[in-house]
Every structure is written in C-alpha cells, then in structure tokens.
Design a protein around this ligand. Sequence first.
Ligand code: UFG
Length: 335
Amino acid sequence: MRILVTGGAGYIGSHTAVELIQAGYDVVIVDDLSNARREVIDRIQEITGTRPLFYQINCADKKALQAVFAGNRIDAVIHFAGFKAVGESVKKPLQYYRNNLDSTLTLLEVMEEYGCRKFIFSSSATVYGPENPHSYREEMPAIQSSSPYGWTKVMIERILTDYTTAHPDFCAVLLRYFNPIGAHESGLLGDDPNGIPNNLMPYIARVAARQLEKLTIFGGDYPTPDGTCQRDYLHVVDLAVGHLKALEYAMDHKGVEAVNLGTGNGVSVLELVQVFEKVNHIKLNYVIGPRRDGDLPAFWADATKAKALLGWEAKHSIEDMCESAWRFVLHSNVQ
Ligand code: UFG
C-alpha cells in the first residue's frame, strides 16, 4: 500500500514516515522544504534502510501534485504540510489562509481526480478554542480558535466534513494533536525549527545546549497547582503511531471522525523543566516572566475515543520525552 505524506520532511511527518516504512508501507513524501531540511530524507533512510520517494513541491502546485499521483498509485494521504506558528499567523494571516487552505483544497481536487478516498488530517487541540472546559472531548463544539493558524485547522476540518458528506465513499480522520515533544530514539530525527523556537521543548533544548541564554516561563500566576500553564505533552513517536492506527481505521471505514491524540494528563511548564533537568543531569537557566498573549491556563485530552476507535494510547513517559529531545540535540551537535 502506498501512502502520500505531505510535509513528510517536517517534525511529525518524518517520524510518521519512519513508522509507516517500518510497518511495511510504501511512502511517498512531498514537502516544499520551507520549514524542513532535505537531510531528513537521508535520516529516514538511515533509520529504516529504505529511502522514501521524495518530491520537493508545494501541495498548492496542482500540476506538480498531479504528476505525483500520475506516477504513483496513491492509496491514502496523510496531510501534514502547512504553516504552523501561532504567533506568526497573527502577523501574516493572509499567508496562513492562502497556504494552508490552498494546499488542502488542491490536494482534495487531485485526490478526487485520481480516485483516492482516504485522508488523515493533522489537526490540533486548538480547534476546541478558549470556551470549552477541559478535558476536551471530540463531541464538544470544535469551531473556535484564537489565531489564524488555529482557524485554518477549524476551516480544513469543516472542508473535510462537507466533502465527506458530498462523497459518502470518502473517509477523513481528523487527528487533534495535543502537545507533541521528544524525538526519535536514534537521535536522528527531532524538532528542529528554523530561528528562535516558539514552542517550549525546542526552546528548552537550546537553552540546555547554551545556544540560548535562558528560558522565560510565560506566567507564574495561573490558577494551576504551581502557577504555570498545564498542557498534555505526548511523545512524537506515540503520535506517529497514532497516524498508523488512523490509517488502518480509514482503510475499512467511510465518513469523518475527529480523534484526540493526547495522553489525558496535564503537566505544567515547571514540571517539564524539572523532569528535563533531572533525567538529563542539566541545570536549566530560567526565569518566570509575564504571561504570553493567547495562552490558556490548562488543557488536556480526553483520550478515550482514540483507544476505543483506533486502539491507540500513548505509551511513553514525560521522562522519555525529555531524554529523547536532549539526545537529538546532542546527536545534532556532533554531526
Ligand atoms: N512556554 C513558555 N516559554 C516558552 C515557550 C512556551 O513558558 O519559551 C509555555 C507556554 O506559555 C505554554 C507551554 O509552554 O504554557 C507550551 O507552549 P508551546 O508554545 O510549546 O505550545 P502551545 O500549547 O502554546 O501550542 C500548542 C501547539 C499549537 C496549537 C496550540 C493550541 O504548538 O500548534 O497548542 O493552543 F495551536
């Protein structure tokens, strides 16, 4: 079975490509490398012993995408490609809407042309917005968001739902990720954003590596046990395995399903910092600073649907996440 992985050179896409190849799937990656590196394809090969087919294209380039479908009989698509920085999306809303929506619409048009009916979408817990109480359950109204990035997820979920209504043979699984962190155990793949990281774990890793001076913890006066925000951090390899489970489900089903991928547990920023220090024997330089605009105090998944529908649950501990994230940095620095 041949799977098209859009954004397959990115953080979550590359880990998913590895799991797919190791499970025996043929993998075709398309990625425009706007926020990823070509060497990731070499590393996927190094880990799996198989080189995925790779096309450097943007999914909104219809002719290029048609050529990929014409040259490879694609059985299913896992769609990761998209801009993903919350803060940047507030400053550049048009780029976010244009890129994320255009690429998905073009992909769906080309899939229709080539009779491909299985779609796994990289959605986000951000679709629950600021109004729903946590833990978040899939049946809650997921129609809000607090950034243009988040709205693109809401809109794409809507597009996929409407498309599935119009094409009852289609299957779309909307995977709502919580906070993926950590790295592949080989140390070869991990979260390696361009520039100064926005997300917590890559920021911590760069402070630990002395590439950034100190971590600012955004807010110490939230109504949480230690005053810092709580999130549902999950290991990126668990998340990648979730895509395999969703794919297996989609192969035998029709219709649209939203599924949370999270552990179901909240961990605070301070707790994560302390676990990172402990398992890696590193002292992190940090200060508690003001709150960051748009952050919610706490949220985590109700992860029961993922287990019931897909037979998936997160396996790795917070310790595994912190240890593997650091191993990736150490490995990258000796390359
Ligand atoms: N944080 C810090 N200091 C930093 C970076 C982050 O204290 O330098 C804190 C944040 O305030 C937050 C927590 O660490 O409490 C996690 O922040 P991240 O930026 O890593 O993740 P978010 O929860 O803000 O964002 C995630 C996903 C988005 C998604 C969003 C929905 O990365 O894709 O959840 O709220 F849209």
